[in-house]
Design a protein around this ligand. Structure first.
Ligand code: SF4
Length: 120
């Protein structure tokens, strides 16, 4: 089974601790991270598809703008050295995390509401 995920979710889902915007959203993430392979996509993905903030194919979160989310996707792919359309597995992703996570944290985590969930 193959999940379709946007760039920043390749990083953030590694820190999923069972929290999220709704029960439906959370159970969908559980099923997404249970899939062996990930196809990298641009824009809204399988996680966004069950998110109440997805409006007209854009992220309308109170916390982020759609532009910031797209920038996060771009930066995640740059740091991980992946491209949209590639198919990867979770191990390849998690093996790369130690070398990129500090830069990622500085760029995006410090003002994210999930910072405490991910890093305590
Ligand atoms: S908040 Fe935005 S980027 Fe995050 S899952 Fe919802 S629609 Fe997607």
């Amino acid at each position: 089974m193959k999940a379709k995920l946007r760039g920043h979710h390749l990083i953030c889902l590694n820190f999923f601790r069972g929290e999220g915007y709704s029960e439906d959203f959370i159970s969908n993430i559980r099923s997404v991270i249970g899939k062996d392979l990930v196809e990298i996509v641009e824009g809204p993905d399988e996680v966004c598809a069950r998110c109440s903030y997805l409006k007209e194919n854009k992220c309308s979160s109170n916390e982020y703008t759609d532009e910031k989310i797209l920038l996060q996707d771009k930066e995640a792919l740059r740091l991980l050295r992946f491209k949209s359309g590639e198919i990867v597995d979770w191990k390849i992703i998690s093996d790369k995390l130690p070398e990129i996570i500090e830069e990622w944290k500085v760029e995006f985590c410090l003002d994210c509401g999930y910072m405490k969930v991910c890093f305590g």
